[in-house]
Design a protein around this ligand. Structure first.
Ligand code: HMG
Length: 393
């Protein structure tokens, strides 16, 4: 039975800051951000968007009534969830009006969470062939103003439907993964901001990729020539190039050219959004599929997932006949084009807005946020969400 990605879409908040302008404000050569790091725009989440609303908006755009009827498992991957106990997916389940007979959980392992969710979804569909699983990958990346990681922040969510007979990509069983104790990036429960050892995180990302790639090749017999493209977790887009460089001489010149060309397509959305943590790899996959028009059915795509801490996995997918008909490039391009640029001063102001932590009531001004699903406030420690497609939740 073929199992894989039947639908995939993403949502980003309506605000962004230009990386050239951020560089100037930080007294940095803009080319460090645009070339050295490879980012052009950074998505900014207004206070009316959190990881729940970003995910719900992403899912809203891809689900139809048949999906809602058959989804019996919601897996929400995030490292910037809104509650230490309740799964963020339950809010999404409610906001989308899914049926009650659904399992809902939240998965956390830094940027690897959604990959764990996808593998779990695959197992669930293998046991329950008529089931569909909604996998959500949603985060707001925050290192803090004027920190080393500031230029690698971002916000957004990817939603995927995993089912049998997938219309976009079959996920093969071939996979290699590993875990290691690494303090490269973490966020203590008391902290709004991630703590990071930037240099170590780059080194560990690369050493995990190299080791997992060797294991993958040995266990599957596949090599670089078997891949039309490889998508990477992209904390910033230069990272993908750094990883590909470690292996691209293993094949012919044509293999190297093909993988480098397709890497460019796989970065197009990410360089305009920034790091969305657990959704970044899947945003890169959407970017490749929606921009590279020459990918043929049967093409094998490699996917490298890395979550600091650390867990990494390399797995593969095969494009399905007519997969292009099930993508939403026009809608995604329109969403990105309709975003509003904020100045660095405005970005700093938005960044510093926080919700009360003492249970006091706050009602947010949601008028300026064009999203269908938004956070309208907090009352008695309970987040108040609105879905303009439906009613006040
Ligand atoms: P930094 O110290 O600001 O930058 O840290 P740098 O000095 O390393 O320079 C960055 C690049 O820009 C270098 O290129 C420079 O040469 C180049 P590289 O050697 O890397 O190829 N450069 C220039 N290029 C053109 N013109 C110029 C110029 N100046 C310099 N004028 C760092 C950068 C990414 C480390 C920092 O932003 C950071 O700490 N970010 C957060 C951590 C991170 O993203 N790590 C990535 C791997 S870990 C991961 O992916 C997991 C993660 O997503 C979390 C999770 O799992 O949840 C982060």
């Amino acid at each position: 039975m073929k199992i894989g990605i039947d639908k995939i879409g993403f949502y980003v908040p309506h605000l962004y800051v230009d990386m050239n302008k951020l560089a100037k404000a930080r007294n940095v050569d803009p080319e460090k951000y645009t070339i050295g790091i490879g980012q052009e725009k950074m998505a900014i989440a207004p206070i009316t968007q959190d990881s729940v609303t970003l995910a719900a908006n992403a899912a809203l755009d891809i689900l139809d009534d048949a999906d809602k009827e058959n989804i019996d498992f919601v897996i929400f991957g995030t490292e910037t969830g809104v509650d230490n106990s309740k799964a963020a997916g339950i809010y999404v389940h409610h906001l989308l009006g899914l049926k009650p007979n659904v399992r809902t959980i939240e998965v956390k392992q830094a940027c690897y969470g959604a990959t764990a969710g996808i593998q779990m979804a695959k197992g669930h569909v293998a046991l329950n062939p008529d089931s569909k699983v909604l996998v959500l990958a949603s985060d707001i990346a925050r290192y803090g103003l004027r920190t080393g990681g500031e230029a690698t922040q971002g916000a957004g969510a990817v939603a995927l439907v995993i089912s049998r007979d997938p219309r976009i990509m079959e996920l093969e069983d071939k996979s290699a993964f590993m875990t290691g104790e690494v303090m490269d990036f973490w966020r203590p429960v008391y902290s709004e901001y991630a703590l990071v050892n930037g240099k170590l995180s780059n080194e560990k990302y690369l050493s995990f990729f190299e080791e997992i790639w060797q294991t993958f090749k040995t266990s599957t017999g596949l090599s670089i020539k078997d891949f039309t493209a490889i998508c990477y977790h992209l904390p910033y887009t230069k990272m993908g190039l750094k990883a590909l460089r470690t292996i691209y001489d293993e094949g012919t010149e044509a293999d190297k050219e093909r993988l480098l060309e397709n890497l460019e397509y796989s970065k197009m959305y990410n360089k305009n959004v920034g790091n969305i943590y657990t959704g970044s790899l899947y945003l890169s996959l959407i970017s490749l599929l929606e921009h590279q028009k020459d990918l043929e059915e049967g093409a094998r795509i490699g996917l490298f997932s890395y979550g600091s801490g650390a867990v990494g996995e390399f797995f593969t997918g095969i494009l399905q006949p007519n997969y292009q008909a099930h993508l939403n490039q026009k809608q995604h391009e329109e969403m990105l084009a309709s975003r509003i640029e904020v100045t660095v001063a405005e970005y700093e102001k938005i960044f510093e807005m926080i919700l009360p932590k003492d249970g006091s009531t706050v009602q947010l001004d949601t008028e300026a946020d064009p999203a269908k699903i938004k956070l309208a406030g907090v009352s008695e420690h309970i987040r108040q969400y609105i879905n303009n497609n439906r009613h006040k939740e």
